[in-house]
Design a protein around this ligand. Structure first.
Ligand code: GLC
Length: 738
């Protein structure tokens, strides 16, 4: 049956977001009226954000705090809010904030796993669920989505982002902004999004968190800023500055970033908050003399609210008196804060219904959405001899430290999730199979192999074995970078031990990042990469293992063969000596060989060049064939629209979903251009034997880049495009732009 899919252009997606997420005139008018009545001290109080447990009640009553974080008990929230609203002179309500990163009580896959779905719709559903649950507890501002493009899996925070591609990160971020902010920010189940960490945080040298980033302006504009621009245009209400410095200038004191680009170029009118004490950390950076100086620099650079440095509340009044900071700057900042509070409806309804949380239906749609997201986030990396799916009712060995780890399964930044709600793979598999359960290891770093003999014995009695390995939740996330990405502890040995049984071995990996699992791959017949799948990861993985649903996830980050290859990403420049694939490797170099570099290319003697699996890669239980991309026209004008389609066929024997990906290469530019860039994608479900024509529209304007003149333009010339199931497949077709 032929189907034709038309593609929503990015503009159409954005247009759907304008509605209530734009700043309303009414909120601005009220903010101006209130601002005119405020003392300088009261204004500065609004610019101060304080975490729970830091003397909140007194500060709130004195009008010296504008927002709180890390309070999620409705009764406690109302008590602090009461102090602000009923005891301070002007009664300005607080904004209650929280890191609701991938769910509140119902935990969804980590954002990197959500990116693997290549499904903005399910990601938006997850953000909507998170907003309903968080708002019911009194939270009205989340520090999400994280939009940090990241190309180095050693960085622990890749778990919180959407991977290495700016376009995928943009679409995932916009989906979260829509989900969090809903149709109108003033609705009681809407919360302000916060796009973070602005900017370039994911480029930390060596993948070591908080480290320096050496990013050129052009690379910043072509790679790291686009997701922020997309989400700013999509109506994100707030933005958070990042800890890192860019080429020596900390983002929290970077006027070029926060005023010239964010405000003047982009025209964004939301509210800017620092990261936790990121203003105060400018002292350690060697950018600020002391806390007073850091406060001066942050406000003058364009920051509106100070998270937990206490520099603003301690020094801004004197800085204004000394003329180091103008009251005009203070008014700008406070106006942004007040406008947000009016848009959230906090002046009309500052308190949370303490019964609201109990009224939320956590069981129905919320768990269904979490299940669906976990289902789509798992990436099938290998499936030799159709080891998967495993026939229902079989006798299987379930082993490994992540098989029954309800807390670890939730992943990093899951503060308000409760492990009691997690359904583990062991519990879910027991509903489908005759399970022999032998953990083998207790936790992911466990090196005690003393129970391996029991695992071996159990494997001999089973039809197949499923080994759950990966990372404890704490091994990724903020401040948790790794230099070695191999499975921790004796996990690889556990897989090898089970493999000795000669039974089919399926490895399921739950991790916060792409690990280097090449040696483990060799010891298993199939591997499913599930990231940290959240509350419903168990039922989702079980339904994939038994074949109720075919895996459909695709890698949002390149999977390396060795951590030494990092940073490695598909959308790289070609270099003058691109790898040919015929390189001489270490073991082929004759002893005493003479020095030569002629004909050599950019690769490693030991690991060669290529990754283990490329960006966008993922198998299913079926197979798909792609026809030749058909272009409506091979010659396009710069204001034109590229229209291309491809015949996709499910050539296998089961229903499955393919993520069709459109990549484009600008062959020659005034600066070198990436070998290819993702420009569109779509999930397409097909029955066995079914085919369809999948079409995309791409405005030529979306081929623009920041060129040698630092202008954002489309340069005429030759281009190539691919329509394929990953970034390394397919044959290109050419077109040109006049
Ligand atoms: C943290 C993180 C940031 C988070 C904030 C508040 O240090 O960098 O992502 O939103 O502090 O918890």
């Amino acid at each position: 049956m032929k189907k034709y899919f038309r593609n929503l252009t990015a503009a159409a997606v954005l247009a759907s977001l304008v509605s209530c997420s734009g700043t309303s005139d009414e909120a601005e008018r009220k903010a101006d009226e209130l601002l005119a009545r405020m003392t300088l001290r009261e204004k500065i109080g609004q610019m101060n954000q304080v975490s729970g447990g830091y003397g909140l009640m007194d500060m709130a009553a004195a009008g010296e705090v504008g927002s709180i974080l890390n309070c999620v008990d409705p009764v406690e929230i109302n008590a602090v809010q009461k102090a602000a609203v009923e005891e301070s002179r002007l009664g300005i309500p607080l904004i209650v904030s929280r890191d609701v990163i991938h769910g509140f009580r119902t935990i969804f896959p980590i954002p990197l796993g959500q990116a693997a779905t290549f499904d903005p719709e399910i990601v938006e559903r997850g953000a909507r669920v998170a907003a309903v649950e968080a708002c019911a507890s009194g939270v009205r501002w989340t520090f999400s989505p994280m939009l940090d493009v990241a190309r180095d899996p050693r960085w622990g925070r890749v778990a919180e982002g959407s991977g290495e591609d700016p376009y995928l990160t943009s679409l995932m971020g916009m989906a979260m902004v829509r989900g969090y902010q809903g149709d109108c920010l003033g609705e009681e189940s809407s919360m302000a999004a916060c796009i973070k960490h602005f900017a370039g945080y994911g480029a930390a040298e060596g993948g070591r968190d908080y480290n320096s980033t050496m990013i050129s302006e052009r690379s910043l504009r072509n790679t790291y800023l686009p997701p922020f621009k997309a989400c700013a245009d999509a109506g994100a209400a707030t933005l958070m500055t990042s800890f890192n410095e860019i080429d020596g200038v900390p983002s929290t004191g970077n006027r070029w970033l926060l005023k010239d680009i964010l405000r003047d170029e982009w025209g964004w009118d939301g509210m800017v908050v620092t990261d936790w004490n990121s203003a105060g950390e400018m002292i350690a950076h060697g950018f600020s003399r002391d806390l007073e100086h850091s406060a001066e620099q942050a406000v003058n650079a364009g920051v509106d609210m100070d998270m937990m440095s206490f520099g603003f509340i301690s020094h801004l009044e004197q800085l204004v008196k000394d003329g180091a900071v103008s009251e005009k700057e203070i008014d700008r900042a406070v106006r942004n804060i007040l406008v947000l509070k009016y848009r959230l409806g906090l002046f009309d309804n500052p308190y949370v219904d303490t019964e609201a949380s109990a009224k939320v239906d956590y069981a129905g749609e919320h768990l269904e959405a979490a299940y669906q997201c976990a289902l789509e986030s798992a990436v099938l990396l290998k499936n030799d001899d159709s080891a998967l799916p495993i026939k229902c009712g079989s006798r299987i060995l379930v082993t490994g430290p992540l098989a029954d780890a309800p807390y670890e399964q939730m992943g990093t930044w899951a503060f308000d999730g409760q492990k009691e709600h997690t359904v583990t793979p062991l519990a879910a598999l027991r509903q489908i199979y005759d399970v022999i359960w032998e953990p083998g290891l207790v936790y992911s770093r466990d090196k005690d192999k003393s129970s391996f003999s029991k695992v071996r014995a159990a494997a001999s009695k089973a039809d197949a074995a499923v080994v759950f390995v990966g990372e404890e939740a704490i091994l990724s996330g903020e401040a948790h970078s790794l230099s070695d990405l191999c499975l921790q502890g004796a996990q690889s040995e556990l897989i090898a031990e089970v493999a000795k049984s000669g039974k089919p071995v399926v490895a399921v990996v739950m991790a916060g990042r792409p690990l280097t699992i090449e040696r483990d791959l060799a010891n298993c017949d199939a591997m499913l990469y599930a990231f940290h799948p959240g509350t419903m990861g168990g039922p989702a993985i079980a339904d994939l293992i038994c074949g109720k649903v075919s895996p459909s996830g695709k890698l949002p980050m390149t999977m390396l063969r060795d951590a030494g290859q990092a940073p490695f990403y598909y959308n790289h420049n070609n270099t003058g000596r691109p790898c040919s694939g015929n390189e001489t490797l270490l073991h082929d170099i004759p002893v005493g060989a003479g020095q030569t570099s002629l004909g050599c290319t950019s690769y490693y003697l030991d690991t060669g060049y290529g990754p283990l699996f490329p960006f966008g890669y993922g198998l299913s239980y079926s197979s798909f064939s792609y026809g030749k991309p058909e272009l409506e026209s091979c010659v396009l004008e710069r204001d034109g629209i590229l229209r291309v389609s491809v015949l996709l066929e499910n050539t296998g024997n089961c229903a499955a979903t393919e993520v069709v990906q459109l990549y484009v290469q600008d062959c020659v530019g005034s600066v070198v251009r990436p070998v290819k860039e993702l420009k569109r994608f779509r999930r397409v479900a097909l029955a066995p034997g079914e085919s369809c024509t999948v079409g995309f529209e791409l405005p030529v304007s979306e081929l623009a880049f920041w060129n040698a003149d630092m202008k954002h333009v489309v340069e005429p010339g030759d281009f190539r495009l691919w329509l394929a199931g990953d970034s390394a497949s397919g044959e290109p077709v050419g077109f040109c732009v006049r």
